[in-house]
Design a protein around this ligand. Structure first.
Ligand code: SF4
Length: 757
């Protein structure tokens, strides 16, 4: 058994004297991966869900010195966006956290050794649990770490540490897609492949701006040679909307009404695939009756769109023989009726039989690089592997695979992020362990988190930097390796497992999240439960076992190298009987990976070609609800509707990594800005570059005015990359996914010289 000392020596060189204070206390089964040899190594980008492959160029010591996009990878085909090109910059940032930090009696974070940090971590959290109950400690994690890491964290916290509440920032971006697919299809199964961008005749983007948010996906759209019709539903005239055939600037959060109106038109125009609906779906008759009320006149009145534009959109999606695909992202997911809006797109796809064929599908574009891994293996909403906590048979099955007592598995999922914070407010939760996310900046209505900090007895933050808004408030900071400094699997938007290789050493005493979780397990005293989780490579074999027989079955994958050799592998990819999505392999019914009779996975695969869905009856479901009014509509005091979102392709979330790149900082403003329509700017006496005061019922801030017709009158937009923005946002949540509705809240505006705001 290797020790903490071995671990640190393996990744940092000779150990320092303080590291031998408690030799042998923290056993590890296997050393982490060594650096790749000199030359070139491949790694999947660690920013967004596109999953681009990067070729990392190494010096003689095997350390990364530069990178170029991988021309052979089926995802990015030799392309990368600015963030990908600058992926190495955050690793070399001068503010990397290089040692554990513990807040001392004077309130200053001071360096401590790993043994000291782990002792404090364990002693404080156990003491809080002993005093207030096991439920008094909760964890907020991330969609940014490796699948093996998030699965180990989920198992460690829930099965080893008795922590029931573990959620992640995936709640902020993809919870809606997870729930929508699970309810409609029976499993969280995005059906598409990126080739569908190129194979579609009509692409409908709703609340998505791939031009800047997913630039490589947008490049795939640009490669479409079918002269496609592009319809963009977005209240802003975004970069994507500017390139559209038809831009539908529906009033914020009226998209549900619009989509029901389009469903009515599909029926009225005879574009329903009656045979598909009858054979493969349930609930259509009730849905058809429901959408009768969404007449063009009503839809026009509630969305602000002309009936002529509605007619053009309906004609496009009903064009006989056209392949129609629907794509959505945060504009849908981050709304107060997010799940039903996503399902309105799923319904449009199902009713026309536009699924399982090239260029079709209701397709969720994922946000973070491993939000898909989080959805399958995070162990938050679904039991690890896509199972249900509430199902006793599932708990027994998972316990058998993991070799643990089924009684260790909770019978209900974690509370959602917002309810964890509510429990902090009531005093039920007294300690948080926050991993690779920046809650103090990114959580909606961030003033609440600022107030809650004082109610926490103990806050642990595990991150690459101790300079994030959240880490600065921590009692204990655990220094983590970043992308490129560790290894593991990301799962991208099209269900492709990609291997991210270690190409650099983490600085100082920083460790991979996987190693930190192993050390915590040993320190906590539950290490024996995780003996099999000896390395990311070993963990991948456990994940394969968990996937077996599930719709996501990827037991046909041999190991990390197999994933890299194939340019990533989309699930499902079972090891026997089935070698492709739902297609029996009569040539080798019992063959496993490595058997020459099993063909390699196709580079592009989609789901549901056979119309079979993983619901109990094999049918997809039509789900719908009446549109509900905006949670916080405008009024005389707060007459503008604030939308938030990505500012540019050079910015990522709270900027904790992208702000470290001098190149990226040149590509976008480094101060907050607010987009204001010229009509409103004139009325307010504002011009571009002036400072504007923005107030909501929850807080206020200032930003530079950008006067532009990109936004509609009485609507404004602010990029999410600045911490001030979430002081304003309104804490509304989708009732099914509990995803926060960042996209619409009421604000007032004024010149900073005007005290009437
Ligand atoms: Fe990385 Fe996403 Fe940019 Fe590709 S599109 S290089 S995955 S950030």
């Amino acid at each position: 058994m290797n020790t903490l000392d071995d671990l640190l020596h393996a990744r940092t060189g000779p150990m320092t004297s303080e590291l031998v204070q408690r030799p042998g206390d923290f056993g590890l089964g296997q050393l982490p991966a060594r650096l790749a040899p000199a030359g070139t190594a491949k790694s999947i980008c660690g920013y967004c869900s596109t999953g681009c492959s990067l070729q990392i160029h190494l010096n003689a010591a095997g350390e990364a010195i530069n990178l170029t996009p991988d021309p052979d990878h089926p995802v990015n085909l030799g392309m990368a966006c600015p963030k990908g090109w600058e992926s190495l910059a955050p690793l070399a940032a001068p503010d990397r956290c290089t040692t554990p930090l513990l807040r001392d009696a004077t309130g200053v974070l001071q360096p401590v050794t790993w043994p000291e940090a782990l002792a404090v971590f364990t002693d404080r959290l156990k003491a809080i649990q002993a005093q207030h109950g096991p439920g008094s400690v909760a964890v907020l994690s991330t969609g940014q770490i490796m699948t093996e890491e998030m699965a180990l964290l989920g198992a460690l916290t829930k099965f080893g540490m008795g922590i029931a509440d573990l959620d992640s920032n995936t709640r902020q971006c993809m919870a809606t897609s997870h729930v929508a697919y699970k309810q409609s299809y029976g499993f969280d199964a995005p059906p598409f492949t990126y080739a569908d961008f190129e194979e579609s005749d009509v692409l409908v983007f709703v609340g998505a701006n791939p031009c800047i948010a997913h630039p490589i996906m947008w490049q795939r759209v640009m490669r479409n040679r079918r002269q496609p019709t592009l319809i963009v539903v977005d209240p802003r005239r975004t970069e994507t909307a500017m390139a559209a055939t038809l831009h539908l600037p529906a009033y914020p959060k009226s998209d549900l009404t619009l989509l029901y109106g389009l469903a009515r038109e599909v029926i009225r125009r005879g574009a329903v695939d009656a045979a598909f609906v009858a054979a493969h779906t349930t609930g259509f008759a009730a849905f058809a009756t429901f959408v009768e009320a969404f007449t063009p006149a009503r839809v026009s009145a509630e969305t602000g769109l002309s009936t002529a534009d509605l007619d053009r959109a309906a004609a496009a999606i009903c064009r006989p023989g056209a392949r129609v695909s629907y794509w959505w992202t945060m504009g849908v997911n981050q709304s107060h009726q997010a799940t039903r809006t996503a399902q309105a797109l799923i319904n449009l796809s199902l009713m026309a039989g536009q699924i399982g064929k090239p260029g079709t599908g209701a397709n969720s574009i994922t946000g973070q690089c491993n939000a898909m891994g989080s959805r399958l293996f995070g162990n938050a909403t679904s039991l690890v592997g896509g199972y249900d906590f509430a199902n006793a048979a599932h708990r027994t099955h998972v316990a058998g695979i993991l070799g643990i007592d089924a009684a260790l598995i909770p019978a209900q999922p974690s509370r959602a992020y917002d309810r964890i914070l509510d429990a902090v407010e009531t005093g039920e939760i007294r300690a948080l362990w926050i991993i690779a996310t920046n809650t103090a900046h990114s959580w909606i209505n961030s003033g609440k988190f600022a107030r809650l900090r004082d109610q926490l007895d103990f806050l642990v933050v595990q991150d690459m930097y101790a300079t994030t808004e959240t880490a600065q408030q921590a009692d204990l900071v655990l220094p983590a390796a970043g992308w490129g400094e560790k290894q593991g699997v990301f799962i991208n938007s099209e269900r492709r497992l990609g291997y991210a290789r270690k190409v650099a050493r983490a600085p100082g005493l920083a460790l991979s999240d996987f190693s930190i979780f192993k050390l915590v397990a040993e320190a906590w005293g539950c290490g024996p439960l995780f003996t099999r989780w000896s390395s990311p490579a070993a963990a991948l074999q456990i994940l394969k076992d968990l996937s077996r027989g599930q719709p996501c079955d990827f037991t046909g994958i041999r190991d990390h190298d197999h994933i890299e050799e194939q340019g990533g592998i989309q699930w499902p990819y079972p090891d026997s009987t089935f070698c492709r999505a739902g297609s029996p392999n009569p040539a080798a019914p019992e063959a496993g990976f490595g058997d020459p009779a099993v063909p390699p996975p196709d580079r592009e695969r989609r789901l549901f070609a056979d119309g079979q869905f993983p619901t109990p009856d094999g049918r997809a479901r039509f789900l719908f609800d009446e549109p509900a009014p905006l949670p916080e509509p405008v009024d005389a005091a707060y007459p503008f509707l604030l939308n938030t979102g990505r500012g540019s392709s050079a910015q990522w979330h709270t900027g904790s990594r992208t702000d470290k790149s001098a190149v990226l900082r040149q590509l976008a403003p480094t101060v907050p800005w607010i987009e204001i329509h010229p009509t409103d700017a004139t009325a307010l006496g504002l011009s571009t570059g002036q400072t504007v005061a923005i107030r909501s019922r929850r807080g206020e801030t200032t930003a530079l005015a950008v006067v532009t017709p990109i936004v509609q009158p009485r609507q404004v937009f602010m990029p999410m990359h600045f911490p001030e923005v979430n002081r304003l946002t309104f804490p509304a949540y989708d009732p099914h996914s509990r995803q926060p509705a960042y996209k619409a809240c009421a604000v007032s505006l004024a010149s900073v010289n005007d005290s009437s705001a």
